[in-house]
Design a protein around this ligand. Structure first.
Ligand code: NAD
Length: 298
């Protein structure tokens, strides 16, 4: 039987609606407008698109958007000085420094200079530690979006076998922590994992975050499993001479076996920015000692 399709685009629209409702309540009841600052260094075309979309959606949800574009040869000290100003600015509740940074900058040093309470990407070492110890933290947006979709699809995740393919700091590791927090039995697979197909075949939940187009075929998937495809890969289509986006799983064969699956595009991707907006509202509420919006955090 064909899998049901998890519509990330529709789900992200619902998340943005919830964010916008909470923002208007914050304005009406407390006179507070959440603000998100996004910093872009250089002119990487993909990053420029992301930053533009983030700014647009921030404003559409009723929040303030502050964009800071710096030249590619900006000294690291200048970027750190900007981060310090944003940390001290009460109108800014969330700070995101777009990665990757130019090679002459130390990304860890920059990320760790952000006030952890404003670290809406959840990459600061304090937030990583808080998440790892099951404490309240800012949760990285992409894994948060995956978790929201899994909860919506499956309800309780307790006791399920989850296999996360990929061990990056931005997706794989925090995803595994979140699934552990949901009482899944979690395996993190990676490039050195032995017999990956057998590992994946045991999974009730598969999260693929590898960056290899269509790497996971349908015969690795346990019948009825839920498949979350984080990968975004552009491949050539020789027949048309054009390109198209595909995930890390082979959608057609996996959709024959899985119980539910996210498409690419239209699955995890739209949820990532929606979760950034959600994190900004959460950060704003925490900064002001107000109740956090329900259903928008881990
Ligand atoms: P990364 O390159 O940092 O990490 C990739 C991981 O995959 C590594 O841990 C590596 O061990 C593992 N890996 C590589 N080859 C493997 C193999 N043959 N078998 C098993 N594991 C293997 O990548 P990332 O930043 O985690 O991103 C992963 C993918 O997700 C990329 O396609 C990226 O574009 C996409 N992504 C999407 C979103 C989104 O919003 N949808 C956000 C972030 C990343």
């Amino acid at each position: 039987m064909a899998a049901s399709i998890i519509d990330g685009k529709a789900f992200a629209a619902k998340v943005r609606e919830k964010v916008a409702e909470h923002v208007s309540r914050l304005k009406a009841d407390h006179g507070i407008t959440p603000g998100l600052a996004v910093v872009l260094v250089g002119e990487d075309p993909a990053s420029q698109v992301y930053v533009r979309n983030k700014g647009k959606q921030t404003v559409e949800c009723g929040m303030q958007s502050f964009e800071h574009k710096l030249p590619v040869d900006t000294p690291e000290a200048d970027l750190l000085a900007l981060v310090a100003r944003l940390n001290a600015d009460p109108a800014v509740h969330g700070i995101l420094v777009q990665l990757p940074l130019p090679a002459h900058m130390n990304a860890d040093a920059v990320i760790n200079a952000i006030d952890p309470a404003k670290d809406v990407d959840g990459f600061h070492i304090s937030n990583v530690g808080l998440l790892g110890t099951g404490q309240k933290s800012m949760v990285p947006c992409t894994p948060l979006g995956c978790l929201m979709m899994l909860r919506e699809q499956l309800g309780s995740l307790s006791g399920l076998n989850a296999v996360v393919i990929g061990r990056s700091n931005i997706v794989g590791k925090p995803m595994a922590q979140l699934l552990l927090g949901e009482s899944c039995t979690v395996t993190i697979a990676h490039s050195r994992t032995k017999d990956l197909p057998e590992v994946v075949r045991r999974a009730d939940i598969v999260v693929a975050a590898v960056g290899r187009p269509q790497m996971v075929p349908g015969d690795w998937i346990k019948p009825g499993a839920t498949v979350i495809d984080v990968g975004i890969n552009r491949i050539d289509v020789p027949e048309t001479g054009k390109t198209r986006l595909v995930g890390d799983v082979d959608y057609d064969s996996c959709a024959q076996v899985a119980g539910a699956i996210t498409p690419v595009p239209g699955g995890v991707g739209p949820m990532t920015i929606a979760c950034l907006l959600a994190n900004t509202v959460t950060a704003c509420c925490r900064a002001n000692g107000l109740a956090e919006p329900e259903g928008l955090t881990a």
